[in-house]
Ligand binder design. Structure first.
Ligand SMILES: Cc1ncc(COP(=O)(O)O)c(C=O)c1O
Length: 366
């Protein structure tokens, strides 16, 4: 009764791990900040409700927010877009879906990092495309040479995600530049998922839109402002991209939540010390986790961003045994074939939990 396109999609390997866990497990599987949304952002939403800002907004999203985002892109990401080249979506997730649906014909190839964020492959297949994994290099980043080798006449899109979920690695400027050149030389579009841009501890965030127009930049407020439940994301691209994406958005969503758009505007335009505080806290947690893993002799590329570590753990039963002992982690294979031999640890939890989890890991894994 159900179509192959959907039947063939598995539920996310991350959700599966949660299902097997006890109620008191230490959750190192979460993909969201463990902080509350800052007060000034909540207040903007409450004001929006009290002021009756409760109707549909224009499909693209409220102009004040899109204008604020144009200034943000100029200031932080060093590229210029006009307000009609920015659209507000229900999370970065919807923006990823719209971009792929707008670009992919049946049988087109989408190059995705392997290991990479779980949605890329599923959304590609739902759009009728073929997800082609690009194996990461030694430092767990996407290597331009590897992308070049994977390109065929069917390649339409390359997805990049720096800082990366699940590896926490950050692409260097020369790599982003080279990937932008590859996109231009081959007439393909980069979808650049930048949701972790503000959580970088070493290195620097570089948007490919600085170097090419063949790019849809996707971001959101979920991670930066601890707003995962508010469901606001955004996409910026040349007008011709936005026009096609808007057609789909208009029918499946009409507009993003009006109240949450006001909250997102307060987040983007308001004080940013909440972001620096979260960044400092994540960095301290990362250092405790890495030190602990290193002391156990577990190899782990130093994650420079996001809030994930991707250590090498050869034992395939390790995630299951950790769960049985009260720690939720995600097996590397949930993120693609090349995630084999790794687990993803999210350090979006207290230092106390990280220390307790390290103690248990030592008993279970060493
Ligand atoms: C790399 C990446 N992109 C996109 C998303 C989705 O974010 P949003 O909450 O804005 O839909 C996530 C969430 O985990 C993510 O890790």
């Amino acid at each position: 009764m159900f179509c192959e396109r959907v039947k063939n999609i598995d539920i996310s390997g991350i959700r599966k791990m949660f299902e097997g866990a006890g109620p008191n497990a230490i959750n190192l599987g979460l993909g969201q900040p463990d902080f509350d949304t800052p007060e000034h952002i909540k207040k903007a939403a409450i004001d929006a409700i009290n002021n009756g800002f409760t109707a549909y907004t224009v499909n693209l999203g409220i102009p004040e927010l899109r204008e604020a985002l144009c200034r943000k892109f100029e200031r932080e990401n060093h590229f210029t877009v006009m307000p009609d080249e920015v659209m507000i979506t229900s999370g970065a997730s919807e923006a990823l879906h719209l971009a792929l649906v707008a670009l992919i014909d049946r049988g087109d190839d989408v190059l995705i990092p392997d290991p990479g964020f779980v949605s890329y492959s599923a959304l590609t297949r739902m759009a009728g495309g073929r997800a082609v994994g690009v194996p990461l290099g030694e430092g767990l980043t996407v290597r331009p040479e590897e992308v070049n080798e994977s390109i065929t006449p069917r390649t339409k899109v390359l997805i990049i995600n720096s800082p990366s979920n699940p590896t926490g690695t950050v692409q260097r400027e020369h790599e982003i530049k080279a990937l932008a050149e590859i996109a231009e030389d081959n007439g393909i579009t980069i979808i650049s998922d930048e949701v972790y841009e503000h959580f970088i501890y070493e290195g620097e965030h570089i948007s490919p839109a600085q170097f090419t127009d063949n790019v849809i930049t996707i971001n959101g407020v979920s991670k930066t402002y601890a707003m995962t439940g508010w469901r606001i994301g955004y996409a910026a691209a040349r007008k011709e991209y936005i026009e096609q994406m808007l057609k789909v958005h208009q029918y499946i969503q009409a507009c993003a939540n009006s109240i949450a758009q006001k909250a997102a505007q307060a987040a983007i335009e308001g004080p940013q010390d909440c972001v620096s505080e979260m960044r400092a806290s994540f960095r301290a947690r990362r250092d405790v986790l890495l030190e602990g893993l290193c002391a156990m002799g577990i190899k782990c590329i130093r994650p420079e961003g996001a809030f994930y570590a991707f250590p090498e753990i050869e034992d395939e039963d390790a995630p299951q045994r950790l769960i049985e002992n009260g720690i939720i982690v995600v097996p590397g294979t949930a993120f693609g074939e090349n995630g084999k031999g790794h687990i993803r640890i999210s350090y979006s939890t207290s230092i106390e939990n990280i220390r307790r989890a390290l103690g248990i890991m030592e008993k279970v894994l060493c």
